[in-house]
Design a binder for this molecule. Structure first.
Ligand SMILES: [Zn+2]
Length: 464
C-alpha cells in the first residue's frame, strides 16, 4: 500500500459521510468549559467519544485529572518501535458557550448543519473538527499500512483550553517522560486563507503595561491654575510618544525584537496579508519601515495603546485633571527581552524626563516557536506541497494566543501546527463553521503527513 492509498482512504471517509457523522456525534456534546455544570459532559467527551476512537487505533489511553479540578485530560499512546519517530498530538474537546438562539435561522449549535460549502456547529472549527481530521487521517494511514502507523504516536487532549488552559502546563510538566516525543504536530486556529495550506510554528507573546500619572486629588480650574500646575494627560501623551511614534513605529530599542533573519524573511517572502471584504483594509504608512505586512504581523513586535483616560471625555470640565492612565500592550516575538521590560520602560521614561509615571506590568503570556533551523519545518512543508500541489504558507507565529510554550518550552519539542480552519470561520461567535472544501483537503494533508512520518527510519535531527 502507498501514500496515495492512505489519502484515498481518508477521502473515502469524507465522501461516504462517515467523517461528518462522526463529527456530528462529537459536536452533540455541549462541552462548554466556561459554563458551570458541564463537568460530566467534559468527561463524557473523553470517555465515551475519544477513548473508543483511540482504542480502535490500538492506543492505550487514560483520563488524567486536572490539579485544579476544573477539567480532565486524556493522555494516550501507541508505541510501535524504539527507533521510529514519535509524534505528540494535542487538541481540545471543550468549546466556548453555544450562544443558543443567536445562530442564523435558529440553528442548533450542538448539531452539525451542512449548508452549501459550510458545516455549521459549535466546535466544528475550534477544535473538534480539527482533531477529528487528525484522528481520521491516522485511521487512514493505519489501514493503508496494514494495521501499523509506521511511527509512535501520543495524544494529549484537554477540556479547558477555552478557560485559558489552567492546568495544561502543570500536567505536561508532571508527565514529561510519558509525553516524550520528537515533535508536536497539532491543529488549531485558521489558515492564512481558505485556499492556502498553512503551517505555523508558535505564537507571539503579549504583555500589558499600565502607565499611571497621579499628580493630585481632583481637577483644578484651568483659568486659575493653567501654566502653574502640571497636566498629567499632557505628560502621559508625551511619554507614550517616546515609546511609539505617530506611525506605530517602536522608538525604544528594547521594545524591538532581534533583527529579522534571512531565514524568516525567506519563509515570509510569499505570504500576503489580504483582508477579506468584511475585514478592515490595511493602513497605509503604519508600522515599522522596510518590512512587509507579513513581516510586521508575524515576525516583529508592536505596541498598542489599548485604553487611555483622563478627565471626563463625555462631559469635560474646564479643569486640569489630577490623574491620567493608559493601558498599553506589547505583542512580541521570540527573542525579545521581556524579563526586565517594566524596569527598562521605567528607566527610559525617567531618562526622558518622566519620573512621575508609575509603570506596572499586568497580564503576560509567553512567545514561543520552533527554531527556524529545525529540519521538521522543511519536512512538513514538503509533505503539504506533495499532497496539495501548493506551497504552504509557513508562518513563524499564529496571530492569536495558544499554549504553545507548554510544548516548546516545558516539553522541549519542535512545534508544527497545521490549521484546518479559515479566518472567516466565526469561532467563538454564533455561526461557527468549517468549509467542506478545506476539510477534504485537510484530511488529505494529514494522511500525507502521517504517512510521510512513517516513512522515516528514525527521527530527523538537526545535524543531518
Ligand atoms: Zn477557541
Amino acid at each position: 500500500m502507498t501514500r496515495t492509498d492512505a489519502i484515498a482512504h481518508v477521502r473515502e471517509q469524507f465522501r461516504s459521510g462517515d467523517f461528518l457523522r462522526e463529527l456530528d456525534r462529537r459536536v452533540a456534546y455541549p462541552t462548554e468549559s466556561q459554563n458551570a455544570g458541564r463537568g460530566d459532559v467534559l468527561r463524557a467527551y473523553l470517555e465515551k467519544e475519544l477513548m473508543p476512537a483511540l482504542a480502535e487505533l490500538d492506543f492505550e489511553s487514560r483520563v488524567v485529572e486536572s490539579p485544579s479540578g476544573k477539567s480532565p485530560f486524556l493522555v494516550a499512546q501507541h508505541i510501535e518501535s524504539a527507533d521510529a519517530p514519535t509524534v505528540l498530538t494535542y487538541g481540545h474537546g471543550d468549546v466556548v458557550d453555544g450562544m443558543v438562539g443567536e445562530w442564523r435561522n435558529g440553528l442548533n449549535p450542538f448539531q452539525t448543519t451542512p449548508v452549501g460549502n459550510r458545516v455549521y456547529g459549535r466546535g466544528t472549527a475550534d477544535n473538534k473538527g480539527q482533531h477529528s481530521i487528525n484522528l481520521a487521517a491516522l485511521r487512514a494511514v493505519r489501514a493503508a499500512r496494514g494495521g501499523k502507523l509506521g511511527f509512535n504516536a501520543k495524544f494529549i487532549i484537554e477540556m479547558g483550553e477555552e478557560i485559558a488552559s489552567p492546568d495544561l502546563n502543570t500536567v505536561c510538566a508532571s508527565l514529561k517522560d510519558e509525553l516524550k516525543a520528537d515533535l508536536l504536530i497539532a491543529s488549531d486556529g485558521p489558515r492564512l486563507s481558505a485556499d492556502r495550506p498553512t503551517l505555523f510554528l508558535g505564537c507571539r507573546g503579549g504583555y500589558r503595561i499600565h502607565l499611571d500619572v497621579n499628580l493630585r486629588e481632583g481637577g483644578h480650574h484651568s483659568g486659575n491654575w493653567g501654566g502653574v500646575l502640571a497636566n498629567p494627560a499632557t505628560i502621559l501623551a508625551n511619554a507614550i510618544a517616546t515609546l511609539i511614534d505617530g506611525r506605530g513605529r517602536l522608538l525604544m530599542e528594547q521594545l524591538k525584537p532581534p533583527r529579522l533573519s534571512n531565514q524568516i524573511r525567506s519563509w515570509l517572502a510569499d505570504v500576503k496579508v489580504e483582508p477579506t471584504a468584511d475585514e478592515p483594509a490595511l493602513s497605509e504608512n503604519w508600522g515599522e519601515d522596510g518590512l512587509s505586512p507579513a513581516e510586521r504581523l508575524y515576525a516583529w513586535n508592536t505596541m498598542e495603546v489599548l485604553a487611555i483616560s483622563s478627565g471626563n471625555v463625555d462631559n469635560p470640565a474646564n479643569a486640569i485633571p489630577g490623574r491620567a492612565r493608559a493601558v498599553l500592550q506589547l505583542r512580541f516575538v521570540v527573542g525579545t527581552k521581556v524579563d526586565n521590560m517594566i524596569e527598562a520602560i521605567r528607566d527610559h521614561l525617567h531618562a526622558k524626563g518622566f519620573p512621575m509615571i508609575e509603570v506596572t506590568g499586568a497580564q503576560r503570556f509567553a512567545a514561543s516557536r520552533t527554531d527556524f533551523d529545525s529540519p521538521w519545518i522543511k519536512w512538513a512543508a514538503e509533505s503539504l506541497q506533495k499532497t496539495t500541489g501548493k506551497p504552504p504558507a509557513v508562518l513563524p507565529n499564529f496571530g492569536g494566543s495558544l499554549p504553545n510554550d507548554v510544548f516548546s518550552d516545558t516539553l522541549g519539542l519542535p512545534t508544527i501546527w497545521v490549521p484546518h480552519s479559515y479566518p472567516g470561520c466565526s469561532q467563538h461567535a454564533p455561526d461557527e463553521h468549517i468549509l467542506l472544501s478545506v476539510t477534504e483537503e485537510a484530511l488529505g494533508i494529514m494522511a500525507g503527513l502521517f504517512w510521510d512520518l512513517g516513512e522515516l527510519p528514525r527521527p530527523l535531527s538537526k545535524v543531518a
